[in-house]
Write a protein that binds this ligand. Sequence first.
Ligand code: S3P
Length: 446
Amino acid sequence: MIRLDEVSSHQQLVITPPQSGLSLQGTVTIPGDKSISHRALMLGAIAEGETVIEGLLLGEDPRSTAACFSAMGAEISELNSTEVRVKGVGLGNLQEPDNVLDAGNSGTTMRLMMGLLASSSDRFFAVTGDGSLRSRPMSRVVKPLQEMGAQIWGKKGGSLAPLGIKGTQLKGIHYHSPIASAQVKSCVLLAGLLAEGKTTVTEPALSRDHSERMLRAFGANLEIDSETNSVTLEPHPTLVGQKVVVPGDISSAAFWMVASAIVPDSDLLIQNVGVNPTRTGIIEAMQLMGADMTLENSREVAGEPVADLRVKYSQLKGCTIGGEIIPRLIDEVPILAVAACFAEGTTIIKDAEELRVKESDRLAVMAAELGKMGANIIEHPDGLEITGGATLNGAEMDSYTDHRIAMSLAIAALNAKSETKIHRAEAASISYPTFVDTLKDVCQIA
Ligand code: S3P
């Protein structure tokens, strides 16, 4: 029913829904949150003493972060999900690496790290990434860093990687970010740690606040003004290593939320889901669509809210999603598009132009690939319009090396009438290395 084939050094995921139908049953435990994993490694690397990380995501992206910070002197134990130990170099003491820092496919690694490199006085750094990352806009962090006094050079006038950075003494600024981006906010705040004077970031809508929470836990002083979506950081804190428990990634849980909601007779318990309010847009959107979803066992783990989610099949209905909720479900738009294919009526996703500069152009790719299956989907400059109810047939599709595309198409394939092949499915390991194993575990022939 579900198999992975090796095809000329890539993996092809083949999904053949059985004639008798299938449903999803059982319990899924969600691997560590990608955003929190990056931040735990980075703050651990620049803090004094030891940071112990429990539940680190073992995906390719956090591995890129670990490799970059090891190259700058942090001592990071072998990566495993039970316990990773990071011996930090202390604030301002990142070493000049011998070679180029490679962020791989990870925008978070590159953009957050840039803030720390730009403020590492008198050291030189070169950063690069894979083909996807080298085509993603870096001016969104280069510009505020330059305003703080940073010296940065790069392709296309410093707007694309590879980038060169000469660390220098920065000054604090008040940055009014034109986009609600946690990567931009975090980059500027991390640069502000060693700046002269306070650093403030104001964003047009609230993006995920994991950096703020973790900086505070490590000893930084931050003031948050929720009325204006502003955060102000006092420079030169003493950052001290901490124990970090990483909750499961709600962006990974989203695949199971949608799968269980759209495949008839499904009933899944999704355990260990981080439900930080800056990330729960997907739960709100699914509830708006009429999903049968309950939160159980709500608790707080190491400063982050966590819950288990029970999701059962129900007939979804279309809805309109836009505005301030978008940054709170930014990575879930591809899987939400899949949910919309099986909802009654039309779903409109708007104000989501940011999707065009993710690991792939997620609006164009989802419209093209779901279109191949027969979905009624229209691409707009800032979103998607999907009318549910069309029969989806299996198709031959591509992940475009984008992890969230690979997994979203796999979930769509569960409800298709015939076999689907997803090329370059190994992309899933960027954020969810055990995705296919879990998919096999929960799919039951009816
Ligand atoms: C992330 C922020 C988001 C998100 C990305 C992870 C983070 O990007 O899409 O997957 O960890 O800060 P933007 O901040 O660019 O929206």
